[in-house]
Design a protein around this ligand. Structure first.
Ligand code: 13P
Length: 260
C-alpha cells in the first residue's frame, strides 16, 4: 500500500476580509515549523476576494502552504454573472478547490451532477478537487449514512478516470458535525472513511483506493485531531471554525506531537 501524505485544510468559509486574511496567514507561518511542513501538507481556503492577497504573501514570504479555494464554476468562461472559472484560480497558483461542500449542496442547490462537472473542470485546470460528501442526522438515524455517501461518490465522480480519482481528495463531512461542536467519534469517522475507500476500490480499483486521500471534517479541534488523524483510513482534516485562529489550526497541524 502506498504512503499517503496527510493533508490538513483550513476552510475559512465566508469569513475574514483580505487584511484579516493576510494577518492570519502570517500568524500561522510563525506557529508552523519546518518539521510540521515536512510531515503534513497544509492548505488554506480563503474567500475569493482574499486569494490574490494570500497568494502574494505565501510567495513573497516563501510560506510553504498550499493555496486553496472553496468553490468554482464548471465552465471555463462566459455569461455566468458572479461566478469564478477554474482557470482563473489556477492562474493564482491555487492548488486545491473544495467541491460540493454540504453548504453548497444544501444552501445553493448543488446536485451530484453539478458537483461532477466541477470535479472534472478542476482536474481539467490541473488543480486538485477536495470532494465533500456526508449525510444528515436524519439519514444517519435512519441507517442510510453509507448509502447516501456511496451515492454521492459514484455520482460526483461519474466518468472520472481511475488515475484522476487516485490523485484527488475526498472529505467525509457528516452534516450534523459541521459547526455544531459535535464531532463524529473516531470510530464512526474511521468506519465511514473505510466505506469511502471501499467504494473507490469497487469502482476504480486498488491503486485509486490506496492512493486517494480521505479527510474527515466536522468540528475538528486541537483536542480531537490526534485521535481522528491516527485512524488508518483518515488521511487529513478539513477544518472550519478552528482554522480561523492561528494557534488552534497550528495545534491541529501538529496533532502528531500531542498525546492521545
Ligand atoms: P467546522 O470545523 O466549523 O465544523 O466546519 C467543518 C467544515 O465544514 C469544513 O469544511
Amino acid at each position: 500500500m502506498s504512503e499517503r501524505r496527510p493533508l490538513i485544510s483550513g476552510n475559512w468559509k465566508m469569513n475574514l476580509n483580505h487584511f484579516e486574511a493576510l494577518r492570519l496567514v502570517q500568524e500561522l507561518s510563525y506557529e508552523i515549523s519546518r518539521d510540521d511542513v515536512d510531515a503534513v501538507d497544509i492548505s488554506v481556503h480563503p474567500p475569493f476576494t482574499d486569494i490574490r492577497t494570500v497568494q502574494t504573501t505565501l510567495e513573497t514570504d516563501r510560506i510553504p502552504f498550499f493555496l486553496g479555494a472553496q468553490n468554482c464554476h464548471h465552465e471555463s468562461s462566459g455569461a455566468f454573472t458572479g461566478e469564478v472559472a477554474p482557470s482563473m484560480l489556477a492562474k493564482l497558483n491555487v492548488a486545491y478547490v473544495i467541491v460540493g461542500h454540504s453548504e453548497r449542496r444544501e444552501l445553493f442547490g448543488e446536485t451530484d451532477e453539478i458537483v461532477n462537472a466541477k470535479v472534472k473542470a478542476v482536474l481539467g485546470a490541473e488543480m486538485t478537487p477536495i470532494l465533500c460528501v456526508g449525510e444528515t442526522l436524519e439519514e444517519r438515524e435512519a441507517g442510510e449514512a453509507e448509502s447516501k455517501v456511496e451515492t454521492q461518490i459514484r455520482g460526483s465522480l461519474a466518468r472520472v478516470k481511475a488515475e484522476d480519482v487516485a490523485s484527488l481528495v475526498i472529505a467525509y463531512e457528516p452534516i450534523w458535525a459541521i459547526g455544531t461542536g459535535r464531532t463524529a467519534s473516531a470510530e464512526d469517522a474511521q468506519a465511514m472513511c473505510a466505506t469511502v475507500r471501499a467504494v473507490v476500490r469497487d469502482k476504480w480499483g486498488d491503486t485509486a483506493a490506496d492512493e486517494v486521500r480521505i479527510q474527515y471534517g466536522g468540528s475538528v479541534k486541537p483536542v480531537n485531531a490526534a485521535e481522528l488523524m491516527t485512524q488508518p483510513d483518515i488521511d487529513g482534516a478539513l477544518v472550519g471554525g478552528a482554522s480561523l485562529e492561528a494557534a488552534s489550526f497550528a495545534r491541529i497541524v501538529q496533532y502528531r506531537l500531542h498525546d492521545l
